[in-house]
Design a protein around this ligand. Structure first.
Ligand code: 0L1
Ligand code: MG
Length: 260
């Protein structure tokens, strides 16, 4: 795709994010957009954020559950990026910072050394991991009614919006992360639950797939980055007044409240 066009579409999506305004899918006007074009738009979006002075906290994986992959008719997850301005300080978010947020419970990885694909395995990821921690990711598609095609959502930085990290950190050595159970409750009611295995069989597999996908672009995972591996639970819509709490076996809880 023409670089100028990719930049124009990235600017369109950034302005929708900044103005918290839902927009029509970019594939409405550009039905020819491929997945590769979409990643070029995402790269331009990342470049805009970096030029604005924001920093990358780490990449994230999306569409890692069988259900989401089936729904989007894909066999591979997608990736996007979490920036420093997306990290919630404290335990409160405001509806006015979003268009139509949803929350999903995830396990995040922090690597102790760089990992470069291709051919990376989950076992190699675990050996290179410094620690894991629980997280609640807030996704907020910029598209009308949270509906999109695969190129749309990739261009839109995989719906990334905010993230609330938990404070429990654990080395993964003695944990079976695929067996870690998670409940996601809103206002005291369990809305969804799952186990780490919901994330492409094991959250470390998700990081390995990410390393291998980035390698196609000549990129690698870097030590110190915080990597979101994908939803263990489904994504649940939020409303003002909600109290959100996720319990992770062996990894504590992550809580926040939703203000107007
Ligand atoms: O983090 C995610 O899994 C989001 C991926 C994009 C699809 C969505 O917005 O549900
Ligand atoms: Mg996610």
């Amino acid at each position: 795709m023409d670089k100028a066009k990719a930049k124009e579409l990235a600017r369109f999506l950034v302005s929708a994010e900044v103005e918290k305004r839902e927009v029509l899918r970019i594939t409405n006007d550009h039905p020819e957009l491929t997945v590769s074009d979409a990643y070029e738009i995402q790269e331009q979006l990342v470049q805009i954020k970096l030029e604005e002075g924001y920093n990358i906290v780490g990449p994230k994986m999306g569409l890692t559950s069988q259900a989401k992959m089936k729904q989007m008719n894909v066999s591979e997850p997608i990736y996007g990026y979490i920036f420093d301005y997306m990290v919630v300080n404290g335990q409160q978010i405001s509806m006015s910072d979003f268009i139509h947020p949803k929350v999903e419970a995830e396990i995040a990885f922090v690597l102790g050394k760089d990992i470069e694909g291709p051919g990376i395995t989950g076992a190699q990821v675990l050996a290179a991991t410094e620690y894991v921690l629980p997280a609640l990711e807030l996704i907020d598609s910029r598209y009308e009614n949270f509906q999109f095609t695969l190129p749309d959502v990739i261009a839109d930085n995989a719906s990334s919006s905010k993230v609330v990290f938990g404070t429990t950190i654990k080395r993964p050595d003695n944990m079976e992360l695929d067996l870690v159970g998670v409940t996601l409750s809103i206002n005291g009611q369990i809305k969804d639950l799952g186990a780490g295995a919901a994330v492409v069989g094991h959250p470390a597999n998700s990081v390995a797939m990410l390393a291998n996908m980035l390698a196609r672009k000549g990129l690698k995972l870097k030590a110190g980055q915080v990597i979101l591996t994908g939803g263990i639970t489904g994504a649940v819509m939020l409303s003002a007044g909600d109290t959100v709490s996720a319990k992770f076996d062996g990894l504590g809880t992550v809580d926040f409240i939703v203000k107007e």
